[in-house]
Design a protein around this ligand. Structure first.
Ligand code: FES
Length: 109
């Protein structure tokens, strides 16, 4: 499996995230306690930009309708809410990440 460089470790401090484009896909890179994770940056509900949302621990909240995704797995743990109406949405795709020297590399993107 080939890995593609998507950024540098010192550009994404602990607790922060960044979006990047890899092979035409928008990927979200998140730093959770010094470990890097990557999932699709486009919300599976209606295309929100997850990098503009909020990262709390390993959970990113979509800025559009509040869906929550686990950045370590891509699993959607809470779909969007509209008043009392709860909707399910698909999990995000997760990508394998490795760090080498000061580089962050993503596979399969
Ligand atoms: S677009 Fe993300 S919750 Fe609706």
């Amino acid at each position: 499996m080939s890995f593609i460089e998507v950024g540098q470790i010192d550009q994404i401090p602990v607790g922060s995230m960044k979006s990047t484009s890899v092979s035409g896909k928008q990927i979200l890179i998140a730093n959770v306690d010094g470990e890097f994770y990557a999932i699709n940056n486009t919300c599976t509900h209606a295309g929100g930009d997850l990098s503009k949302g909020k990262l709390e621990g390993k959970i990113v909240t979509c800025p559009r309708h509040g869906s929550k995704f686990d950045v370590t797995t891509g699993k959607c743990i809470l779909g969007p809410k509209f008043g009392f109406l709860k909707i399910n949405t698909k999990d995000a795709t997760a990508f394998e990440v490795k760090a080498e020297e000061n580089k962050i590399l993503v596979a399969g993107a």
